[in-house]
Design a protein. Structure first.
Length: 441
């Protein structure tokens, strides 16, 4: 009885949230359901044994990869649902199930794709065993909460040990830690990556998070580098290197998302569709032209006839890739950039990572940089320490309040101007609430 009451209450919360435009019901329905019944998820999946369940995790790219898989499966006629608002903890998954089920807890759709927080994957696997798992990458993120990359890698190793032998696992073969992880589990593992010709760098950059051999701890060498520590690696001491990595010719693919990191997201999605659903990669690639970015991931929002590009940037590697992506579609050298930095619970309290971001490149194409958020002045100080012409430093404008900053930007710009916004996670949600008029709940 408690199970069914939880569903009814959850659906009521979703309805009221949407009617009064206070959110989408992405967390609270599940939070309450789990509060009333700690076995809510286990019961739900027992009732819906027909569901094919896919988990996507990693430091960066989860939301985009989930969106790609969903989009392509729907193009092939599959009935799919996801926790598309990015609520990737237990309460978000429970809320997603409530929204897609009827009042008896039954779901008609056949495939469930869940974005899962990288720190909590073991908690999710304790609740249900997925048919497929994708791990995209491993970078430093929220050090005060998650610890260093080695800590997360160990958690993932023990989480994967809980899986069924029939589970298909897809790992980034260009990430040394993930490749090593795959070699130490006993069930089917498939590696995705990029061709060496598509890797733009010859050596590691300073934002590298892991460049030691996970076998013998010697320094790794790279034939080519994609970004950070992803690339074609090998160890001269023990011979550790990549074999059996699936690559796709993605350099000229018409993907409406800039950045080499999105090629990895696409490669992961394609490999899963080939191995898990027996679909054709070339056919999938042709279907991509109408794909739209997920919220906050190179999302384009028109507000008062200005175009705001939102590029979620929440750790050093992600921020560097967002900057590179923005530079690829900037049309002139007099742009408005807006950086928003919070240190709320979803972001992690530690903001020392901003000193590992390479901001030099943006000063070449920027007219003014507005800085907002809880830690606006910390970010302003960080930008002023960049080696740039002094006049540009006078155009770094810190205003903590987002609405005040937005008013200032509207005065500084004219219709059809483009503003490039780099928010971290909670900042992105706050900004979308202002620009779009709805928050997540």
């Amino acid at each position: 009885m408690v199970f069914y009451l939880s569903i009814i209450l959850g659906k009521l919360i979703v309805f009221l949230s949407q009617i009064f435009k206070i959110g989408t019901g992405s967390t609270w329905p599940g939070h309450l359901a789990l509060l009333f019944d700690k076995n809510f998820l286990k019961k739900f999946f027992k009732k819906n044994y027909h569901l094919k369940k896919i988990i996507v995790t990693g430091t960066n790219g989860k939301t985009t990869t989930v969106a790609l898989i969903k989009y392509l499966l729907e193009k092939k006629g599959y009935q799919v649902f996801t926790n598309e608002e990015g609520a990737n903890l237990l309460n978000g998954i429970a809320s997603c199930l409530i929204k897609n089920a009827n009042f008896f807890g039954k779901i008609k759709k056949k495939v469930a794709i869940f974005e899962v927080d990288e720190f909590n994957i073991s908690l999710i696997i304790n609740e249900f065993l997925p048919e497929m798992v994708v791990i995209l990458n491993l970078f430093r993120d929220q050090l005060d909460r998650y610890g260093e990359v080695n800590t997360i890698a160990l958690r993932w190793f023990y989480a994967l040990k809980q899986l069924s032998p029939k589970t298909l696992v897809f790992l980034n073969g260009d990430d040394p830690n993930l490749y090593y992880l795959g070699k130490n589990i006993s069930f089917p593992v498939f590696y995705f990556g990029l061709k060496k010709e598509e890797m733009p760098k010859k050596s590691l950059s300073f934002d590298v998070d892991f460049n030691y051999c996970p076998v013998c701890y010697a320094l790794l060498f790279y034939k080519k580098v994609s970004y950070s520590h992803l690339g074609s690696f090998f160890c001269q001491k023990c011979g550790f290197s990549q074999k059996g990595v699936f690559t796709f010719p993605l350099k000229d693919v018409c993907l409406p998302l800039a950045g080499i990191y999105n090629r990895y997201n696409l490669a992961a999605a394609l490999l899963l569709l080939i191995k898990g659903f027996n679909l054709d990669a070339k056919e999938m690639i042709k279907l991509l032209k109408d794909f739209s970015p997920a919220f906050g991931r190179q999302e384009r929002i028109i507000y008062q006839n200005r175009c705001f590009y939102l590029l979620l940037s929440k750790n050093p590697t992600g921020f560097n890739q967002s900057i590179d992506a923005s530079l690829s579609f900037i049309k002139n050298k007099k742009n408005i950039f807006w950086i928003i930095l919070n240190n709320k619970i979803p972001d992690g309290r530690d903001i020392s990572w901003i000193w590992d971001v390479d901001f030099k490149k943006i000063f070449v194409v920027v007219k003014k940089i507005f800085v907002s958020g809880d830690r606006a002045f910390d970010m302003a100080v960080r930008l002023k320490y960049e080696e740039t012409p002094f006049p540009l430093k006078k155009n770094i404008i810190p205003i903590a309040d987002l609405k005040q900053t937005l008013k200032k930007i509207l005065k500084e710009t004219k219709e059809n101007d483009e503003i490039f916004v780099f928010p971290n996670y909670s900042a992105m949600l706050e900004l979308r609430r202002i620009l779009v008029g709805r928050k997540f709940l």
